[in-house]
Design a binder for this molecule. Sequence first.
Ligand code: C2E
Ligand code: MG
Ligand code: MG
Length: 564
Amino acid sequence: MTEHSENHGSDEAASPAPAVSGAECDRLSLVIALAAIVLFTITASAILPHLVQAWKGHAAPPDVALTNALVLNVALIIFGWHRYRKLSAQLAEHRAAEAQMRRLAEIDHLTACLNRRSFAVAASAAMSGRNVADSPLAAIVIDLDNFKQVNDLNGHSAGDAVLKATARRIAALLPPNGLLSRLGGDEFVCLLPYRPAQPEAVDHFAARLIDTVSAPVQHRNLAIEVTMSIGIASTASLSAEECAAGDSQRLMHKADIAMYHAKRKGKNRFEWFEDAMESELRFRNELETGIRKGMANNEFVPFYEQQIDLETGELTGFEMLARWISPELGVIGPDIFIPIAEDMGVIAEMSETLMAQAFQDANEWDERLTLSVNISPVQMRDPWFAQKILKLLVTHRFAPQRLDIEITESCLHENVGLVRSMITSLRNQGVHISLDDFGTGYSSFSQLRSLPFDRLKIDRSFIGGLRHEDDSKQFVDAIVSMSRGLKLPVTAEGIEDETVRDVLRGMGSMKGQGYHYGMPEPADAVRQRLEKSGLMRTAGSERLPACDFHGAAADSRNEGAKAG
Ligand code: C2E
Ligand code: MG
Ligand code: MG
């Protein structure tokens, strides 16, 4: 046998079935020892009396071979017994190691809670063994809100500390007959028995969870705060067959749907599962699939809404508004798909594709016409956002002075420092920044003063009210005077008729947009409109050189272009 094959042979000996072969050896050694004892009893009863007689000198010594056999027999007993003891000890050690491995495979290593697999087994066992009507169980799925940000901003060790503290806090609130598991990432689940007449006990438990977990977690010199969204489903919502079969997956699925609902309703809250949530989720999943497919098939296109100088009636530019032209669902507005694209993490990609298309369209228009684009707060979390916009401008040779970025007030609450530096770098290149939907959020006067906006857009909900004699007029008046004080030009959104336009005109100079001037239109319709008014770029006019970014940000906007 070669050395190699010998090693291979010994490997095989050490390979997977040691417990079985160990147990067999163990038994074999015991049998050998027992056989040796029986043999000893037989030979010893024949030889020992002779030996004693010979030792006393009354008889000749027994046969040497038989005496040797007896000695050998004794040796065999000692050897067999010793081997039996050794193998038994090895086997016990092996079994203990196996039990430890099994236990480790059942728990989550970071938090020491049950893991997903072992929880499913324990939950199924708890469900199938009980009368659901008399003793229901509530599955409580818990997901930390914005946990990714904790990791991104403070590092993974901080994230781990938050997860451990969360597990400890939940476990401390859970009664002894409850179960707790970390399903993975920042998701936990509890199983809580409750009295059928007292579902409010589960509400109470969920409310305490929300309170307790939101307390700051101390990590090094940081105090990290996280909130949680909770979804609850009771075994009472399952069919008798599902309960009897211990279908814990179905129960968890329902709790998961409720948790997802809690997230969409604003996070930091709990929701009980309701049947309607399931169909809503199915619809949403279909939308997500449709959005992915639609992005691949260029189904997302820019529409354009005219922006007008109210005083002169001149067209000054367009606001780009995204539309999804879905072959299955028809034309879908951004209010439906933008929040989903944000959740899916594809908003930046979608927005950049739309912007690229809009730059190409707007490059055909008269250079005095501006282009406004809406930016999601999710995009503003990207520290490279300003660079990405500037790169797009260079790639498409679009003059930065013609671009107006619209951000909403919600962007200002996330990381004002980052937002300020992005606004500043974009403005340094000549890009203009507007605060959109003003009045619907909570921007403070000091934020407006300290952030270098170029324009305020008054939300259409206030403009619509100008038709009637209600508080809207005073409110809009107040915004216009404040903007004048801050030297911020104003745009009024949602002008639907002449009455509203005239009221706004009476308030001073401003821009306006709304259905009164036309519905948002696709690029072709805009092209036709501009051709009629002689506002397409003329053949001879050159585009800006791609590198003309650091030049003075001359504002061509105020000049306006006469609409046809
Ligand atoms: P927004 O920026 O405030 O856009 C104005 C919205 O008001 C548009 O709705 C427009 O169609 C609608 N509108 C215009 N004139 C009138 C009017 O006279 N009366 C009424 N009732 N409504 C009017 P749309 O196109 O559905 O867009 C909704 C919002 O979606 C936009 O509000 C904007 O915040 C967002 N959005 C649109 N496109 C994009 C995009 O490409 N990216 C991002 N992140 N958000 C977008
Ligand atoms: Mg807008
Ligand atoms: Mg708006």
